[in-house]
Design a protein around this ligand. Structure first.
Ligand code: ADP
Ligand code: ZN
Ligand code: ZN
Length: 752
């Protein structure tokens, strides 16, 4: 029996060695309570058991076992280890995202720990008492009750019914499955006819016969392609299908196959706003088999889901956001990543800064399962892998049914202005078309990019603009309340009456967001019903659903929105989509700007075409000759991909290189500069010209701390493991200097 256990704690720390008390038998993967430092008690995972006595004296003992059954399987251990190595973070940070909050109880004292420990919700279950197991006696009681107490009779009949659905292994029925009143059940129990017990709440797995949609010949063909690729030994495949072509229908067929064979399926979605509709659609086919898992699900339910899967024998189907990757699906055979190109799959703000899409590809290897990536506009990384034959590939080029792809028109803003055909932010072309659609009682969507186009205030005379004193960014102007707000730290201040710099002139609002556009639309089309969908109007899931429902029910004529309107529901009534300014999409200071602009515009355009007449999309731009815009007009993904890939190759960017971004942070700019120069020269000694920087990020001051970045570009083919070792060695060397201990360093592998 092992005498020592390496315990993993949910802290930014490695594992710690504890002694195993003589009367305790531990199993790897189990959750235990341990005391850590002065900070109290934590839940940890038994990572390794051994007999190597550590060379410090006062070794603490494992306090108690929290869950008997191991919570983390050996495969999950390997997955966590891979994430911690690849994304340069500690195992403890992986544990933090991997386990639901309620499974990581902690406390300053034993008592506090015990208070916060997870307790399963229980429910009362009923069965016939032992006395009534005798058939003659049962019939006797039935006869008596049928005459004298019909309600008791009915309740007893329900509990005794041999074919009752949802009976557990002990032959009991949960209270919630019975229709009888509490008082009736109480009487039956008092009379000794039934027995009740408290059991941990469980949820049934549900039926296994599914009614699947019939596929069109094209869809059936694509499905067959994917199956053949998987059979041929490919772990990952790309399903490249235009919006509305029936990718989801193909997912459904693949999911059913795996579930019927007793395997587990994971379906990942990039955003919570999108999960609700997809879950509904999946429930129509798979019923209660569908398990939702994302941050809007209650902590109790998330923990129940984790524990239930931990005990499961397979046949589980989870639909969730990126953290669902960490669920203990022990027979995971299929992972589907919907909208695989979406940057929402990347966790950016806290470690582990993982990309769920890439992790899903990794788990396919680890579990010897399959991963399907679906998109209308795949990421160039995925596209290259599919083209080179590393991934399987199937395409759907047509919309299902009557749906036609919309006609896309470019409208030149400069020419319109020269001809006097521009009113505020609208070209005459777009205004005329909106008017036409309104007359025909059709709906219109207008898209305004959020990023970089928040309104701000500036002095008409000296050019002063309002900036955040803590973060080096322009403050955003909010018309409601006449406020200036920092979108990084939340700093808020009223709009000054006069320019604080020159004290003379007035300030005017510049730039425009959805709010401004909506104001203009209301003036231009006073009879139209107008609504906005953006971060300001969508303050809750309910607010979002209300707007979407109103639009679907045609209580809104014109919907103006940001990125939020690009995804999700399809509205039959929409026949015109306007993109107000494509220029700022194309000119983001980001090597992925063109790819992103293409993806976004195709997605916006996709909102217009669920109709047999196809609908129209008007894109306003000052550069109608821009090749990306031409590719959008043609709907030519391949042309875009070819051109962008050749640029990426020439400038040595992903997918031809792997990037790691290092961000250093400190309050003292001089100390920060010394630290980054030292790190840069250390890294240059190792990596030579693969190191870029130091440079200031777009926002170089946040909450009073200064930021500076280094970028490491490693060519494909070079050992990424070796590169990581060297990098980590140099980071450690920097931090080991007492001078630089207080400098915060964040590594972001494969930044988005
Ligand atoms: P995608 O996921 O590629 O955007 P969907 O699977 O959502 O496309 O399909 C678009 C619409 O067409 C949906 O309303 C869907 O129900 C319908 N559809 C697609 N294929 C079929 C089919 N084979 N049978 C019936 N309806 C289909
Ligand atoms: Zn001024
Ligand atoms: Zn700020």
């Amino acid at each position: 029996m092992a005498h020592f256990a390496d315990i993993l704690l949910p802290l930014a720390q490695p594992t710690y060695t504890y002694a195993v008390p003589d009367d305790m038998t531990l199993v790897v993967g189990q959750a235990v309570a341990v005391q850590f430092g002065m900070r109290g008690y934590y839940t940890g995972i038994v990572w390794r058991l051994h007999d190597e006595k550590p060379d410090f004296d006062r070794i603490k003992r494992v306090h108690h076992i929290v869950f008997e059954r191991p919570l983390v399987t050996p495969l999950q251990q390997r997955f966590w280890e891979w994430i911690s190595e690849y994304y340069i973070c500690t195992l403890g940070e992986v544990m933090r995202v991997a386990l639901p909050r309620m499974m990581k109880s902690s406390g300053h004292s034993e008592e506090e720990f015990f208070q916060s420990e997870y307790r399963p919700k229980t429910e009362t279950c009923y069965r016939l008492s032992d006395e009534l197991r005798d058939e003659d006696r049962l019939n006797e009681v039935f006869e008596k009750l049928a005459r004298r107490a019909p309600r008791q009779y009915e309740a007893l009949l329900e509990i005794a019914a041999p074919d009752a659905e949802g009976r557990n292994e002990a032959g009991e029925l949960a209270r919630r499955l019975l229709s009888a009143d509490g008082s009736i059940l109480h009487t039956l129990r008092r009379k000794g006819y039934v027995t009740s017990v408290e059991r941990e709440r469980s949820f049934e797995q549900g039926r296994i016969c599914f009614r699947l949609p019939t596929l069109t010949p094209h869809q059936a063909d694509a499905l067959e392609h994917l199956r053949a690729d998987f059979r041929a030994g490919k772990h990952t495949a790309l399903l490249h299908g235009v919006t509305g072509s029936g990718k989801t229908e193909i997912y459904i067929h693949l999911i059913a196959e795996v579930l019927q064979g007793g395997g587990d399926v994971l379906l990942l979605v990039p955003e919570i706003a999108l999960t609700a509709q997809l879950i509904e659609r999946m429930e129509r086919i798979f019923g209660s088999r569908v398990l939702a898992y994302h941050s809007k699900i209650s902590p109790q339910r998330r923990t129940e889901t984790y524990l239930r899967l931990n005990r499961s024998e397979g046949g589980e189907f989870v639909v969730g956001a990126r953290s669902a990757l960490f669920l203990p699906l022990k027979r995971l055979q299929l992972t589907i990543v919907d909208e695989e190109h979406d940057s929402g799959y990347k966790q950016t703000d806290t470690a582990p800064r993982y990309n769920a899409r890439d992790c899903a590809v990794m788990t396919a290897h680890l579990f010897d399962g399959h991963t399907l990536l679906g998109s209308a506009t795949p990421s160039l990384e995925t596209w290259l892998n599919a083209r080179s034959g590393k991934y399987g590939y199937a395409a759907l080029t047509e919309r299902y049914g009557e749906g036609r792809l919309p006609r896309i028109i470019l409208s030149d803003t400069l020419r319109a202005a020269r001809r006097g055909e521009r009113k505020s932010h609208f070209n005459k072309t777009l205004l005329d078309k909106i008017g036409e659609r309104l007359e025909r009682h059709e709906q219109v969507m207008l898209f305004q990019n959020r990023r970089g186009f928040s309104p701000y205030v500036t002095c008409t005379d000296c050019g002063w603009t309002a900036r955040c004193p803590e973060c080096n960014v322009t403050l955003t102007y909010h018309k409601a309340g006449e406020k200036l707000v920092c979108h990084y730290c939340g700093y808020t201040t009223p709009v000054p009456a006069h320019c604080p710099a020159c004290q003379v002139a007035d300030l005017t609002a510049m730039g425009f967001g959805t709010e401004k556009i909506a104001g203009e639309v209301v003036k231009l089309f006073p009879e139209a019903r107008v609504a906005r969908l953006d971060r300001d109007t969508v303050t809750s899931e309910r607010a979002y659903n209300t707007i979407i429902d109103d639009f679907a029910a045609r209580r809104i004529d014109i919907l103006i929105g940001t990125q939020m309107i690009t995804k999700g529901f399809d509205f039959d009534g929409v026949s015109l989509v306007g993109i107000l300014n494509a220029d700022n999409l194309l000119h983001n200071p980001d090597f992925r700007a063109s790819e992103r602009a293409f993806q976004l515009m195709m997605q916006v355009a996709g909102r217009a075409g669920r109709r047999s007449d196809g609908g129209e999309v008007v894109i306003q731009t000052s550069e109608p000759a821009n090749p990306v815009l031409r590719q959008v007009v043609e709907g030519d993904y391949e042309a875009m991909a070819r051109q962008q890939l050749s640029e990426r190759e020439a400038f040595f960017y992903p997918p031809y290189a792997r990037l790691t971004r290092l961000t250093l942070r400190h309050k003292d700019p001089d100390l920060l500069r010394r630290a980054v120069c030292e790190l840069a020269s250390r890294l240059r000694a190792r990596f030579g010209r693969r190191v870029l920087g130091p440079m200031a990020p777009p926002v170089d001051r946040i909450r009073g701390e200064f930021l500076v970045e280094l970028l490491l570009k490693i060519e494909h083919g070079a050992s990424s493991v070796r590169a990581r070792e060297l990098l980590c060695g140099e980071i450690d060397a920097l931090h080991s200097k007492s001078e630089f201990k207080s400098v915060t360093l964040v590594a972001d592998v494969d930044p988005q």
